[in-house]
Design a protein around this ligand. Structure first.
Ligand code: PGA
Length: 260
């Protein structure tokens, strides 16, 4: 290496995040307590763990974690308060002890028609409330077949990143829509291509900080495929749906970091 070459930026500390979606009743808090119990010192030395239960359980989840895991919300409204029946503000999640919030998940983009501009305003609300925003992007099966994968992800990144983003307050999750809940996953080479592309876009948008933003892969991550997916360049953790509902599977995914 020539003496003038820039040092390789340190790899961001990985994050394994569980997205419980619309699943979980009070009895499910036992799983969160078991996750906290299984998050031993060896694992803690290598990976951050986060669980995002439904909003109804965020406060109780914070208590069940006993400060060991981070807790997050799955969505927030752009505004801090007001006449928005049924919505939850980022400030309300922070008030319960949440540290993160997912915004722009493909299920919200599809079910609630959320545009990139809406996702951006939600991510900005997260930052305003002192939360880390997990901004989700990813192409549909039809878009992938049409070869539009990078165009779609690039446009989502350009349109959804919050003003004021940094490596400390932003996480990006790449979740190909066709891989969510289907048992299908892209090949490691495909994941490497998209994550490398996202890293370039983050560097262009955020300068040096772009190297420190965690880029999670999501879509059918399981204990059996986690080590391979987490070993791909620029994959800094996982956003896990179905397999995050039990402590056994969630810790089984986190265990991919024991040997990395
Ligand atoms: P899955 O969901 O792990 O069940 O595929 C991932 C997600 O939607 O975040």
């Amino acid at each position: 290496m020539p003496a003038s070459a820039a040092p390789t930026p340190a790899r961001p500390r990985p994050l394994v995040a569980g997205n419980w979606k619309m699943n979980g009743l009070e009895a499910s808090l036992a799983e969160i307590a078991a996750m906290a119990g299984g998050y031993d010192d060896a694992l803690r030395g290598r990976v951050d763990l986060l669980v995002c239960p439904p909003a109804t359980l965020v406060g109780a989840a914070v208590a069940a974690c006993a400060g060991k895991l981070a807790v997050g919300g799955q969505d927030c409204h752009p505004k801090a308060s007001g006449a928005h029946t049924g919505d939850v503000a980022a400030e309300m999640l922070a008030d319960l002890g949440a540290a993160y919030v997912i915004v722009g998940h493909s299920e919200r983009r599809a079910d609630h028609g959320e545009s990139d501009a809406v996702v951006k305003s939600k991510a900005e609300a997260a930052l305003r409330a002192g939360l880390v925003a997990i901004v989700c992007v990813g192409e549909t099966e039809a878009q992938r077949r049409a070869g539009e994968m990078l165009d779609v992800v690039g446009a989502q990144i350009a349109g959804s990143l919050p003003a004021g983003a940094s490596a400390r307050n932003l996480v990006v999750a790449y979740e190909p829509v066709w891989a969510i809940g289907t048992g299908l996953t892209p090949t490691p080479a495909d994941v490497a291509q998209v994550h490398g592309f996202i890293r370039e876009r983050l560097a262009a948008a955020l300068g040096e900080d772009g190297a420190g933003v965690r880029i999670l892969y999501g879509g059918s991550v399981k204990p059996s495929n986690a080590a391979e997916l987490m070993g791909v360049a620029n994959v800094d953790g996982a956003l896990v749906g179905g397999a995050s509902l039990t402590a056994k599977d969630f810790l089984g995914i986190a265990a991919a970091y024991r040997s990395q």
